[in-house]
Design a protein around this ligand. Structure first.
Ligand code: ADP
Length: 361
């Protein structure tokens, strides 16, 4: 389909013939470039109707000349696309949908609003999606395969370590082997948990009594805190609970509390709170620990990203805790906020939208 647009100079009305020729040539060039794109490009009017499109869009959506003006939802009916479409202009990264003609193909739709109109670009991301699936499966399989040998090793090491007649020169070696296998086991367990959360995009959600869950997290934190001697406060301002996955949320909340304990010098103050906000509900953990320099904050939820590897290892960290938190929050459409001042302390908050908040039954 060709693109024809009137060209006018705002101040002078019609352009000079030479300038008009030039502008038409430029426009043709741009039009041919858009036509040649392998991604589908569609211009939508302010009624969601198709205004113009390139050849790739024509092939993908089976468009015809009479499709002009028809609603985009007649051609892309995926509910997640509709939801994304109506969330514009909220900035986001587009939406992934399965192809309507071939369930094994994956598409990414991206909308850029301009004026009253919208530019929709549809990319075929099937290859990327397959690579991502391969990566996920690989990590899940490796972690799963490592589990049994690790359990056997840990069992034998445990037995040998308790032998009273062990030669003293071996004892240190056994201690180190026991520590390192325990560490490997924690990494494998965290990797498995992460894979499970990633694969189970829609985990079974139930009502969670947050008062009960927070009390449980607090009790576990007190046990872990014995070596640190911090004062830990728990403040519950609302009886509201959540609709979610209790197992995964327990893991996410505990990760934040354990981090606050680990990254605060002995005798610190840690406050855990659950409050109602204008957006929904908020879980926050505040510490007066080592804090985080601003340049690290954006990267903390990457797998294995640690500011000080030695310190993380010494405290039994795997570098996967905040990645788990990020994925769990993603499942619950919640956000992670990190406020920190180096040398002063940090506050990690999870903000749950009102749609996930439930009052006690
Ligand atoms: P780790 O197992 O190393 O604790 P996480 O993914 O839980 O891994 O955290 C990543 C990194 O973020 C940590 O290694 C640490 O450098 C930093 N971090 C996390 N929580 C805090 C905190 N409360 N105070 C200071 N630094 C923190």
């Amino acid at each position: 389909m060709s693109v024809i647009m009137p060209i006018e100079n705002e101040q002078q009305g019609a352009l000079e013939p030479a300038a008009q020729q030039n502008a038409t040539a430029q426009l043709k060039k741009i039009s041919s470039a858009v036509q040649a794109l392998r991604d589908a490009v569609i211009l939508l009017n302010n009624d969601d109707g198709l205004e113009w499109w390139n050849q790739a869009a024509e092939d993908l959506l089976l468009l015809q000349a009479r499709s002009k003006g028809q609603s985009i939802f007649d051609f892309v009916s995926a509910p997640e696309f509709r939801e994304y479409y109506h969330s514009i202009p909220i900035p986001n990264d587009g939406v992934h949908i399965e192809s309507w003609r071939d369930a094994k193909r994956y598409l990414k739709c991206e909308i850029t609003p301009f004026g009253d109109e919208k530019l929709l670009i549809i990319y075929d991301v099937t290859r990327l999606q397959h690579l991502e699936e391969m990566r996920r499966d690989f990590v899940a399989n490796v972690s799963h395969e490592l589990r049994t040998p690790l359990t056997v090793m840990m069992g034998y090491l445990e037995n040998f370590s308790h032998q009273p007649d062990m030669p003293p020169q071996w004892r240190r070696g056994f201690e180190l082997m026991t520590q390192q296998t325990a560490r490997m086991n924690r990494i494998v367990n965290d990797l498995l948990l992460l894979s499970r959360i990633e694969i189970e995009e829609t985990h079974e959600f139930n009502y969670i009594n947050m008062t009960k869950l927070l009390t449980h997290v607090y009790d576990d934190a007190q046990a872990y805190n014995q070596a640190y001697g911090h004062t830990i406060h728990l403040q519950i301002d609302t009886y509201d609970g959540l609709q979610g996955s209790e197992m995964y949320l327990n893991s996410a909340l505990s990760n934040l509390v354990i981090n606050a304990i680990k990254y605060t010098p002995k005798g610190g103050d840690i406050s855990i709170s659950w409050t109602k906000t204008s957006e929904g509900c908020k879980f926050a953990v505040e510490d007066n620990g080592i804090g985080i320099a601003p340049e690290h904050i954006a990267r903390l939820t990457e797998r294995f990203y640690r500011i000080d590897k030695g310190r993380s290892r010494a405290t039994g960290g795997t570098g996967l805790g905040l990645a788990i938190v990020k994925h769990v929050l993603y499942q619950h459409e919640a956000n992670l906020q990190i406020d920190s001042v180096e040398g002063v302390g940090s506050t990690f908050s999870m903000v749950f939208p009102a749609t996930y908040v439930r009052s006690a039954p």
